[in-house]
Structure formats: C-alpha cells, structure tokens
Design a binder for this molecule. Structure first.
Ligand code: ACO
Ligand code: LMR
Length: 604
C-alpha cells in the first residue's frame, strides 16, 4: 500500500469496465459539483462492444465518452487515466481486474462485485502487493475524495453529495468495510464536523485486498486529514497499527461487532460482547482509539474530537461555505416530478405500442385475432381509425388481391426485375418498382377520385367532364390503358363492379363513371375504365354509402389522397414476387438489345 499518498486528485481520471450509465453519470455530476474542468471518466470498456461513444452530461452540456472493446486499447489511448473501476460480475471481475493491474498506467483498481472466488482474490492480493498497486474491494461501493473525485455511486445521489458537503474537502478521513453505512456516516460526519476529506470502503467481502489499517496509516500521513473515523468489523490489524506508534491523529472507532447501533429496531449484525470481544474492545481503547458503544455515542465522540481539534487550532473552521453549482435536473426526472412540461415532438393517433399488447386505433392485437379480423380491418383501423363493416373491409381486400400483380411487362414490374438482375437487395428492387407508380401507372386512383367526385358533385355530364378535362390538357385519371380496350376490358374492373353492385348500399359514383367510359369509348377504343378508375369511384361509393364518414371526412380523405395507398400496398406483393423470381432464376444483369432502340442522334 502506498503510504501517505493521496489516492485521488482534482484531475484523477478513471477507466470504467462495463457500461453502467447511472454510476458514470453520477460521477460526472459530482465532477461538475466540484468544479472539475475535465470529466473523471476518460473512457468506458465494453468487451462486447466495438468502439463508438456514449453520450452523457457534464453539467449542462453533453460529452462523448469513448468506448473501447479492450483494456489494453483504453489504457494505450488514455495513459493518464490511472484508476480502473471494474463493474464486472463476480464471474469475470477477477480476470478483468488482474488484466488492469498488469497495465503500467493503472495504479488503482476498484472491484465492485462481491462473491469473487477466494483463490482469485489471493492472486489479486499477491499481485497488487508485489507491484505496489492499490485495490479497493471487492464488494465495495468505492471511495470519494471530497471536492475532487469519486468512484461510482459512492456518496449516494447528488442530493446526498450536496447534503453531505462532499463537493468540497473537510478534515476527516473515513474508512469502513462496507458501503452500506458509508453514506450514513458521511451524513453524520457532515452534521458534526467540516466534512469528509476522503472516504473509502475497503469492501464487505471476507478477503478485502487492502486493510482498514492501511488506510488509517495513509490518512495519518495526509496533512489535510486531521482526524480519522473508522467503522470496523475485525479490530486486530487496527489495534496493531494504532500500537505501532505511527498514528498521531485522533481515531474515532465504531466496532460493529460489539455495539448496539440503534436504540431499537434492526441492528447491523450485532453480536453482544462476549469474552474475546471485551478483550478486543479493551485492546482498542488501550491502543488509543476513541471507541464508541453505540451509533449515537459515536456521533458524539466524533463531534467532541472535532471540536477539541478546532479549539487546539489544529482544524481551521471553514469560514465561507462553498456553494456548489446547480446540477440541471434530467428532463425525464423533472417531467415525472411535474416540475416541467415539454410538448411532444410527434403526435400519433393511430397506434400505441407502449402496453403489453399493441393497439391499432385502440383495438388490441389479441382482440383482432380473436375476432378473426383480416388485412381489410387493419387498413380500416390504421388508415381510417375506425372499424368498417365487412363489405368495406372485404372490398379493400379484393382491391389488394386484384392489384397485387399484372405480369412482368408492366413498368413497375419491369423496373423491379431489372433492379433484381442488377444484384440489388430486396428493398431496393421493391422501391425501384414502387417509384414507377405515378399519374400514369397505378398512381391515378386519388386523382380519379378527386375529378370524378368533383364532376359528379357538380352535375357535369360525361361530355362536359371529359371535354372540360381535354381543354385543360388533363387526361382523365381512371380512363385508358396500354392494352385493354373496349372490346377487351379489364376483368379486374368487372369483378370490382360486380362486388360493388352486389354489396354496396349505393354505386352512384361508379354509375357515373360507367357513363363517362361510354363517352370516352365513343372517342377511342383505348379509353376504357381502368383499375385505378374502378377503385376510385367505388371507394367514393363506399365512403358516401357507409354512413360512417361525414362530408368533411370524405372531402379530407379525397383531398389528402388515401387511395393510391391501396395500389401501392397491393402491388408491393407482386414487385417482391418478381424480385424473388429473378433471384431464384439467377438471371444475369439486364441490358436492353440494340435492335430495340431507335438511335435518332441526328434528331435535334
Ligand atoms: N383521357 C383523355 N384522353 C386520353 C386518356 C385519358 N385518360 N388516355 C389517353 N388519351 C388519349 C391521348 O390524349 C391520346 O390522344 P391524342 O392522340 O389525341 O393525343 C390517345 O388517347 C392515346 O394516348 P396514349 O398516351 O398513346 O395512350 P396510352 O394507351 O399510352 O395511355 C394511359 C394509357 C397512360 C393509361 C393513359 O390512358 C392515361 O394516362 N390515363 C390516365 C391515367 C390513368 O388512369 N392511369 C392508370 C392506368 S391503369 C394502371 O396503371 C394500373
Ligand atoms: C396494372 O395493373 O399494372 C395495369 O393495369 C397496368 C398495365 O400496364 O397493365
């Protein structure tokens, strides 16, 4: 043990093994309270990780703490970080701590885990002592140099740190076995003295690697420490160091195994004084320790000792108390406590995945399955935010079936096929096909709904409607096809019409569209109603005839444009099919044949 050395300073930095957000943020908040300019955590080692950074707060600002996958890499990049805080489990901590001790840049290792096998501990003790390294723990909560540096959650929450005045140094050196009492004692010491200079818990394990006596001797040789407070379970080594003549500062001792800590209620592993403990108690007193017989008298003896040192001029009272900076409260905490309210950045009204069961428009998935709901119901809930009657959901499902694919020659399928043969991934091939959907191919449904609804609602005759569009130079959406003709109609249109005529309360918009088609066919045989037009006008009938949508809602649906979504949803099935088909066939890169291109470079 390096005797007479301050273990930590205002610039001490640590490497943290395993990412533990709360204790690391607690350390950084302590740094900020102490006015440190550099964070006390230099890097985090995450064996399963692969580099990168963790975003944490340093006061009001965010900082990036680098992540490393190995101890060696972290030590090499951060040679001034000489404290290693091992949050590894009892299964792994001995290995990682031993590895850290072998690094030349590591001086102190704190092992948080308890239950490390005895043989591993013995090896760590031997290595630490023979290489003049310091190990705190195992089974420790850590150590704290008031106003400078702390390990992990030592000292408790930031509110505790402020209450115990740990953000600035006092005159007391504190050492105990376990961290369980440390915060209690920090609080007691803050009440009756000028506070902790350094506090350290050597660990509650049966085999602490450093002894309490080591730190008593070290505290005795630190000028700023004027008295030492000890909570101890085994007194032998303490008696030895006290009788060695090397300790010349007052040592207040609370021997846990022999005192009634509290007047009543739970006791810390009290074993009433038996013969041997009476002897040990006497030995402690004979060695010069100021020994207390209860928690209450311990506070009194600390206070009396501190006051005596102050009267003797050995402790100069703190005249002006330091006021620590305000630690900004985390937004989540402040929101939970109702101190702040923050507008959400996103509003969603269609689904909620926060509960056990995801809900679509308030309907839990399990209920949907219990009721035998299908994709039409899902569209009803997620697009229209309500459950629609069966004939409506069935209509949407038929649209999806009919529009899922229309062979490899249509433009969208062609693009997916070509993209697939270029070796692109599924999503790219799908998107390549979907990007083809537009005003001429598959994307005319919403425009057809808009124009046909407008024409119908304004009582335009088919002639007025069609010629009016022609005058505006706009092709009537929902009319015309590359291969379908008046004498070779699109069967899909007929199937949809049959479903509408059979199940819909009204088909006024489809009836109007048929009249428009009759007129357009009188002009040209290719101007046949196409699937976009059929979906559009029957959907208008669905909305108007269901009685479930107000006029305003229908206008909004038509204006926003829901219906192209039906074609996109449907045709995605076919585009994926073509993509997979080409991959199965292991088709080579597609190149269009020369003979199928008219090279008209001479044309200006
Ligand atoms: N309204 C008015 N006139 C039309 C329409 C129409 N919808 N479609 C074609 N015409 C006219 C053209 O103006 C042209 O007349 P012109 O020679 O006097 O200029 C003639 O018919 C031939 O035009 P083309 O573009 O050669 O016809 P094509 O068969 O290539 O067009 C297409 C097919 C692209 C579907 C076309 O009819 C159209 O744009 N329709 C409107 C958009 C639409 O509904 N698309 C959905 C198609 S189905 C689907 O993609 C699933
Ligand atoms: C389709 O559904 O893709 C067709 O109506 C368009 C076409 O060219 O066949």
């Amino acid at each position: 043990m390096a005797v007479g050395r301050q273990l930590f300073s205002h610039t001490t930095q640590a490497l943290v093994y395993y990412y533990k957000q709360l204790p690391i943020q607690n350390m950084l908040d302590f740094d900020f309270l102490c006015g440190r300019e550099t964070p006390s955590v230099a890097a985090i080692i995450n064996p399963a990780g692969a580099g990168g950074f963790h975003n944490l707060f340093f006061g009001q600002h965010q900082i990036l703490i680098p992540l490393y996958s190995s101890v060696e890499d972290a030590c090499a990049v951060h040679p001034t970080a000489d404290v290693f805080i091992d949050f590894g489990s009892h299964r792994s901590a001995a290995t990682s701590s031993k590895l850290a001790l072998t690094q030349a840049t590591i001086r102190i290792v704190a092992i948080i885990a308890d239950g490390i096998p005895e043989s591993d501990l013995m090896e760590l003790i031997d290595y630490a002592k023979s290489n003049n390294k310091i190990v705190i723990g195992p089974a420790t909560i850590g150590a704290i140099k008031a106003g400078a540096f702390k390990i992990g959650d030592t000292g408790g929450t930031i509110d505790n740190i402020i209450q115990f005045k740990l953000y600035r140094p006092g005159s007391i050196g504190f050492v105990s076995n376990s961290g369980g009492m440390a915060n209690e004692l920090y609080h007691m010491i803050a009440r009756v003295t000028d506070g902790i200079h350094e506090g350290i818990t050597i660990g509650g394990d049966a085999f602490p690697i450093c002894m309490i006596s080591d730190h008593v001797l070290r505290f005795n040789n630190i000028y700023q420490v004027k008295m030492i407070v000890v909570v101890v379970e085994a007194v032998q080594s303490l008696v030895e160091v006290l009788t060695s003549g090397k300790i010349n500062k007052p040592v207040c001792v609370l021997w846990i195994n022999n005192v009634r800590l509290f007047k009543s209620g739970d006791q810390f592993n009290i074993s009433q004084g038996d013969e041997s403990s009476c002897g040990q108690l006497e030995a402690l007193k004979d060695a010069g320790a100021i020994v207390s017989s209860s928690y209450e008298t311990f506070e009194v003896s600390i206070k009396q000792t501190f006051n005596k040192l102050t009267e003797e001029g050995k402790i100069v009272p703190i005249i002006k108390e330091v006021t620590p900076p305000q630690i900004p409260e985390d937004l989540t905490t402040a929101m939970k406590s109702g101190k702040v309210r923050v507008p959400t950045r996103i509003v969603s009204t269609i689904s909620d995945e926060r509960g056990v069961d995801v809900q679509y428009a308030g309907v839990p998935l399990c209920v949907m399955l219990e009721k035998g709901m299908g994709i039409g119901d899902v569209i009803s809930l997620l697009w229209f935010k309500r459950s629609l009657p069966h004939y409506c959901t069935k209509f949407m499902e038929i649209c999806i079936i009919l529009c899922a694919d229309h062979g490899p020659c249509v433009s969208g399928a062609h693009n997916s096929i070509v993209t697939s043969r270029a070796g692109k991934d599924l999503v790219s091939c799908l998107v390549s096909g979907l990007l083809t959907i537009g005003p001429r191919f598959g994307g005319a449904v919403d425009d057809a709904a808009r124009y046909f609804k407008d024409a119908y609602d304004r009582n335009l005759s088919p002639y007025e409607f069609v010629e009016g569009m022609k005058k505006k130079g706009i092709r009537v959406p929902g009319i015309g096809h590359r291969i379908k003709r008046g004498d070779n109609r699109d069967k899909r249109v007929e199937l949809l019409q049959q479903f509408g005529y059979t199940n819909f309360p009204s088909t006024k918009y489809m009836d109007y569209a048929v009249k428009v088609e009759t007129y357009t066919l009188s002009k040209a045989n290719n101007l046949v109603m196409n699937i976009d037009g059929a979906i559009a006008t029957l959907f208008l009938d669905l909305l108007a005839g269901s009685g479930l949508f107000s006029k305003q809602e229908i206008d909004e649906i038509v204006s926003i444009g829901y219906l192209n979504g039906l074609f996109v949803l449907a045709r995605s099935i076919g585009l994926i099919g073509h993509t997979l088909d080409q991959k199965r066939l292991k088709q080579p890169l597609y190149r269009h044949p020369w003979e199928d291109v008219l090279y008209a470079c001479h044309v200006k």
